[in-house]
Design a protein around this ligand. Structure first.
Ligand SMILES: NC(=O)c1ccc[n+]([C@@H]2O[C@H](COP(=O)([O-])OP(=O)(O)OC[C@H]3O[C@@H](n4cnc5c(N)ncnc54)[C@H](O)[C@@H]3O)[C@@H](O)[C@H]2O)c1
Length: 352
């Protein structure tokens, strides 16, 4: 029987709440299968750990995590600690050091889910946004000149390597081949004449190997507009780290919001563990009130099972979530309902 070892990092705020719910659903889905065993080990890293130890996770955290098959993470972020400290102390080192170069963010409008867009039928929005996840604008290269006041200077470098750009674009082409065979590359080549023109060149060179996939390039400002105006025109979308980050808040918003948006940070070579976390953050405005929507984390758990090869269990979770959303009886306030977090989880467990 395949046994998968899952490292759990609940993190901060609602991260702790949604990961607990997601874990219940993962355990229930595994119990249904004859051939699947999941073991979990939880790590109390994050902002509380930072307050005690001056760092977000221990120095040997990556060595510890390396021994697991996957990492299931809630969110990090605390109103009392600068965001760049929490992100650079935990999320970014894991994504980078484990070479999780694909950030996969599906956005599908499911039956029963309200969208802020007018006249959009369920299924009409069905896109997969693939974000480069280890370099680009988030490469963490730069610094400040130490002159103070108005003479101060900050430099943040974007780093685009051929290899790093090519591999994520290739992943996007492969994904498009399994879907509607249409890939949109999002750039800003009119203004960023070095990095984005380079991206376009890499895109064209990979595209030559995939004549069966229709392609187009779109500037990021136009892409933002078209995510709202004509979202049904998108199938697979590939973008740099920054653009993908911004676009996926928008893609999440048009299919029901942060409470439903799952994500995966993949190391497709499987040399290192991949990490699965919902798109949303620690939501300090609702943390501890028992109303956070657990569905994003639950669907994130399904993405984890799918990547590990437990496809049937993953599909069962997705079907259960669809049934609960379509029935509309258990809904947290972000979807306009009165339900508590655990009532939504109970409904998903019952549907399983
Ligand atoms: N991957 C991560 O860990 C991650 C991602 C984004 C933001 N953050 C951090 O989280 C903190 C809060 O950031 P933010 O407020 O910009 O983004 P956020 O995603 O935490 O919240 C944005 C809004 O969406 C709502 N929301 C988010 N998830 C929800 C859910 N599951 N159910 C219902 N409502 C939900 C929140 O209540 C809030 O109004 C910051 O410290 C930020 O740095 C972390």
């Amino acid at each position: 029987m395949p046994t998968f070892k899952i490292a759990v990092i609940p993190g901060d705020g609602v991260g702790v709440e949604v990961v607990a719910e997601g874990r219940k659903v993962l355990e229930a889905a595994a119990r249904r299968e004859k051939n699947l065993r999941l073991t979990f080990r939880s790590f109390g890293w994050g902002s509380a750990y930072y307050r005690k130890h001056g760092r977000m996770m221990p120095a040997d955290a990556l060595d510890t995590l390396r021994q697991f098959d996957a990492i299931y993470l809630g969110a990090v972020g605390d109103p009392g600690i600068p965001d760049h400290v929490t992100l650079h102390g935990l999320l970014f080192p894991i994504r980078r050091d484990f070479d999780q170069y694909v950030n996969l963010r599906p956005a599908t409008l499911l039956p029963g889910v309200p969208t802020p867009l007018r006249d959009k039928a369920p299924g009409s929005i069905d896109m997969l946004v693939i974000r480069e996840n280890t370099e680009g604008e988030y490469a963490d290269v730069g610094g400040r000149l130490s002159r103070g006041g108005r003479a101060a200077v900050a430099i943040q470098a974007n780093v685009f390597t051929w290899e790093g750009t090519e591999r994520v674009i290739r992943f996007a082409f492969e994904a498009a081949r399994k879907r509607r065979k249409h890939l949109t590359s999002v750039t800003k080549s009119n203004a960023l004449a070095h990095s984005m023109v380079f991206w376009d060149e890499v895109f064209a060179s990979v595209a030559a190997e995939y004549p069966d996939v229709r392609t187009r390039s779109m500037l990021v400002d136009a892409a933002c507009m078209n995510f709202v105006r004509r979202p049904e025109d998108f199938d697979v979308v590939v973008a740099s780290n920054l653009f993908g980050d911004i676009l996926t808040d928008l893609s999440a918003a048009i299919v029901g919001g942060m409470g439903l948006a799952p994500a995966a940070n993949l190391n497709p070579t499987r040399k290192y563990p991949s990490m699965f976390e919902p798109v949303h953050g620690s939501a300090p405005d609702i943390a501890g009130t028992g109303i956070v929507n657990p569905i994003a984390a639950i669907l994130t758990g399904a993405m984890m099972l799918d990547f590990l090869g437990a496809r049937r269990a993953a599909a069962h979770i997705q079907q259960a979530v669809r049934a609960v959303l379509a029935a509309g009886t258990a809904r947290t306030p972000d979807l306009g309902g009165p339900s508590k977090t655990r009532q939504v989880t109970e409904a998903v467990l019952a549907a399983l």
